[in-house]
Design a protein. Structure first.
Lengths: 305, 570
């Protein structure tokens, strides 16, 4: 009991001696590359923005893809006048062409300590983030990695992979708090959030914040096998990975059932919140390999190239 | 609050392991979880405030501690709001051997224990003093010992005293009593009227009349490898009896003889056994089996070797040899228990005159208390002695001349020139050498007698320079001084006693329970003599039973604890 504070109203003790050590695990880059081969990120059929690229954008541009015809208005570029139509109809008709952009993809990775309760969970989350980046690149998109943990980090381009490999999921702040320290999320992009979403904050406001101004949002929930089905036993001194709070529990069948019930309710709340902000909710368990996940739970994210 | 049995508070020691177990239980194996908030049980009581929640978590420990405390208070016989019993009870117990007599499955000693317990309850005593009567009364428990501890000490009491006067025990008990007017209680099995009870003594007999056959005396003599055992058997019944006397030397039944006796009569039996081992004499079992079971060790060797050293003149040698030939059990040779030599030699008896000779006619001035001069009549004898100095304490002297002396080292100096004396032709001469031989025998380390009756003093000889002790039948050891011949007061209990020197057995003694007064159980029987009561003592009597409310509290606490624990697990 030394070094611990008094229990709060729910019997939880503050661990003044610091948070428990995490078990971060490196991602399997080869597995990521195998899973990304021949696949590209599936972009939603909604307007999106980005730098000039190969993907049709919501904006009118100068690509070769015909989007529509309309009557000429003063000020229109005369180069877009369809002279064949003028000859047929005798009216000034201009071709409206769709702009082609390189779509913006933001991968928000939860780097709080709860993502590293097991090496498997930490590795799978990083592999997943890297996989989305690879899919984005295969699809001609421009991926940006945002690490929500510690001081927050935003990486784009070639430095993304080294940054992801070096990232440590040791943030002592919950995901919602770490998110506030990140640089502002950019609008009109595809946003993929990789987290366990095991935060005590109400899911509604946090989901709205994660999906705000995004062309589309995908919430990928990565849970450890012990998160989903914790082992029982005589008792355990449960320590929160992030806050270091301690709670001693007799892990009998009743306690385990109550936990599963609360977890199911929590996930259901997040699913509802995701649905309200038009985000896709993809739950998965880290015990499966990335290849298995890519073929099952994450198949919606990728499409063949 | 007062405690009838304060030792019961030792049950509070059980708190230590319970508290330790509680904290050990709290030290669960650590496990890091992603979301601790999912493990918290919403508890409506927690919303009322942290103190209530804390109490809920500690409730199990508190209830278990309450149960232990209540149990300890019950065991300690705690009484609240009640005057604590403070009476002091003094009981004199008859320590005689006959208290062992068993009738109807219980001995008189057992009935005395029950009676003491009953007296404690009746008088509401908080302190108890138990005095055992005997040749030398002793305090069995006390003074003023807690009742529980005194009764516990009484459980180990084994009466083993011979017939004795109980007056010294009453005197000791009176000194230990709280006040002069406090009544004393005396528990005995003796016949009524055998003991004169002081006015303040309340006497009660716990004895029972019973027939008994016992050994009255036992003697063993060992000569030339033959043990001659003589026993006398007494019939303490109202009818003629024929009993089988069984003598066993450890190799099976050596001898079994029927002995017929009339009522109240006795018969002697003498048997010779070719053995040098212990002989056990037994009678058929009866109410007091102790007086029908004797172990007779071999008698001490009576032989004595005497050596006459070189340097003694021919006349002296002849006179000494002639005198010793008349002493029973003495042989000439080595190793010697007694050595005779001229003055200046290493002998223990130095015979000869030094210096100018002078003759004296007896009687002489003698130290008659010295056993060496027992029956030594020197009237009319001519004793020629030298004028030289004679060391040691004078035993015989004529004027300023010392005729015989004894040094501090036990050396006897005989200042005697036998060529000019006629002492050697007088009766005193062999008597003197007989005394010298007897002293040499008794100076040997060990017990001069290896068979003593209960209540007899015991003689023992120890030597300086060694650590001596006497080990009783139950293993307890008494230290002895190494100062030569000792006379010890009667040893109890009966049985085999061992003399140890530096932890090694030197000799063995048998104290046999032979006492006709203790063996006669025909006159025993219950009787009681009341004494004037002191009102102050009676007012402290308490018959209130223990407070069983503490047991109810303990059980209730355990039940609630069980219910709490079961609910939490559910």
């Amino acid at each position: 009991m030394t070094g611990e504070g008094p229990p709060d109203v729910t019997g939880v003790r503050r661990a003044d001696g610091g948070a428990p050590p995490t078990r971060d695990g490196p991602p399997d880059v080869a597995a990521v590359e195998r899973a990304a081969a021949g696949r590209a990120l599936r972009f939603p059929r909604v307007p999106h923005r980005g730098r000039l690229g190969a993907v049709r954008a919501a904006s009118v541009g100068s690509s070769m893809e015909l989007h529509d015809f309309r009557a000429y208005h003063p000020g229109d570029d005369l180069r877009h006048v369809d002279w064949n139509a003028v000859a047929r109809t005798g009216e000034l008709v201009v071709r409206v062409r769709q702009d082609e952009v390189s779509p913006r993809v933001e991968v928000v990775l939860d780097a709080s300590a709860s993502m590293a309760v097991s090496a498997e969970k930490a590795a799978r989350a990083k592999e997943l983030a890297l996989w989305v980046c690879e899919l984005s690149r295969n699809a001609g998109g421009e991926a940006t990695l945002l690490l929500a943990g510690g001081e927050g980090l935003r990486v784009t381009g070639p430095g993304m992979r080294p940054a992801l490999l070096a990232a440590k999921a040791d943030g002592r702040a919950p995901f919602d708090v770490a998110l506030a320290r990140l640089p502002p999320l950019r609008p009109c992009g595809v946003r993929v959030v990789v987290s366990d979403f095991l935060v005590e904050a109400p899911p509604g406001p946090l989901a709205e914040r994660l999906a705000r101004d995004a062309a589309s949002a995908v919430f990928v929930q990565v849970l450890d096998a012990d998160d989903v089905d914790p082992p029982g036993g005589a008792g355990a001194r449960l320590t929160d990975a992030e806050t270091g709070e301690v709670l001693e529990r007799l892990l009998d069948a009743g306690a385990l059932a109550a936990y599963r019930e609360r977890l199911a309710a929590h996930v259901a709340a997040w699913q509802g919140a995701a649905r309200r902000v038009s985000a896709r909710w993809l739950p998965l368990v880290a015990s499966a390999t990335l290849d298995e996940l890519a073929r099952r739970e994450l198949s919606w994210l990728a499409e063949g190239t | 609050m007062s405690f009838g049995a304060p030792l019961g508070l030792l049950a509070l020691l059980a708190l230590a392991p319970v508290v330790a177990a509680y904290f050990l239980r709290r030290k669960q194996p650590p496990r890091v979880v992603s979301a601790l908030f999912l493990w918290r049980s919403p508890d409506p009581r927690a919303e009322a405030g942290p103190k209530l929640e804390r109490f809920s978590r500690e409730a199990s420990l508190a209830l278990e501690a309450l149960a232990i405390a209540a149990a300890a208070l019950f065991l300690a016989d705690a009484r609240c709001g009640e005057v604590a019993p403070t009476a002091h009870l003094v009981v004199v117990l008859d320590g005689s051997l006959s208290m062992r007599a068993t009738v109807d499955g219980a001995s008189a000693a057992d009935r005395a224990r029950d009676e003491v317990a009953r007296l404690v309850r009746a008088e509401g005593a908080a302190a108890l003093t138990l005095v055992e009567s005997g040749l030398k009364p002793r305090v069995l428990a006390g003074p003023q010992l807690q009742v529980a501890r005194a009764l516990a000490a009484l459980e180990g009491w084994v009466p083993s005293q011979p017939a004795h006067d109980v007056a010294p025990a009453f005197t000791l008990a009176r000194e230990l009593a709280t006040g002069r007017e406090q009544p004393l209680f005396f528990l005995t099995d003796g016949p009524p009227g055998a003991v004169a009870l002081p006015p303040s003594v309340q006497g009660r007999s716990v004895g029972r009349r019973a027939p008994n056959v016992a050994f009255l005396s036992a003697l063993r003599r060992d000569v030339a490898g033959v043990a001659t055992v003589t026993v006398r058997v007494g019939n303490f019944t109202d009818e003629a009896r024929t009993v089988q006397v069984r003598l066993d030397d450890g190799r099976g039944v050596a001898h079994e003889t029927p002995v017929t006796m009339g009522p109240g009569a006795s018969a002697a039996l003498r048997v010779g056994l070719r053995t040098s081992a212990e002989v056990r004499a037994t009678l058929p079992g009866d109410a007091l089996p102790d007086d029908g079971d004797l172990v007779l060790p071999p008698a001490p060797d009576e032989g004595l070797a005497v050596e006459v050293l070189e340097g003694l003149d021919v006349a002296a040698r002849a006179a000494v040899t002639r005198a010793l030939s008349a002493v029973d059990g003495v042989t000439l040779g080595a190793p010697a228990g007694l050595a005779v030599g001229p003055p200046g030699s290493a002998a223990t008896v130095r015979l000869g005159a030094v210096g100018e000779l002078a003759s004296f006619v007896g009687p002489f001035f003698a130290k008659k208390t010295n056993p060496l001069l027992d029956d030594v009549q020197l009237g009319g004898v001519v004793w020629t002695a030298g004028a030289g100095p004679v060391p040691g304490e004078p035993l015989l002297s004529a004027g300023t001349v010392v005729l015989a002396s004894e040094g501090d080292d036990g050396v006897v100096h005989l200042n005697l020139d036998l060529t000019r004396s006629n002492v050697q032709r007088s009766v005193a001469w062999p008597v003197l050498w007989g005394n010298l031989a007897r002293r040499a025998r008794t100076a040997r380390q060990g017990f001069p007698r290896r068979l003593v009756s209960l209540g007899e003093d015991v003689a023992v000889v120890t030597a300086p320079g060694r650590s001596w002790s006497l080990e009783g039948p139950s293993g307890e050891a008494r230290p002895l001084l190494g100062v030569g011949a000792l006379s010890l007061p009667a040893l109890t209990p009966p049985g085999a006693w061992r003399l140890l020197a530096d932890g090694v057995e030197v000799d063995r003694l048998a104290v046999v329970p032979l006492d006709a007064a203790e063996s006669d159980l025909r006159t025993r029987g219950p009787w009681a003599v009341e004494a004037p009561r002191v009102t102050a003592l009676a007012s402290l009597a308490s018959s209130r039973p223990r407070a069983f409310g503490f047991v109810v509290v303990a059980l209730a606490a355990l039940l609630v604890d069980f219910w709490l624990t079961a609910r939490r697990r559910a």
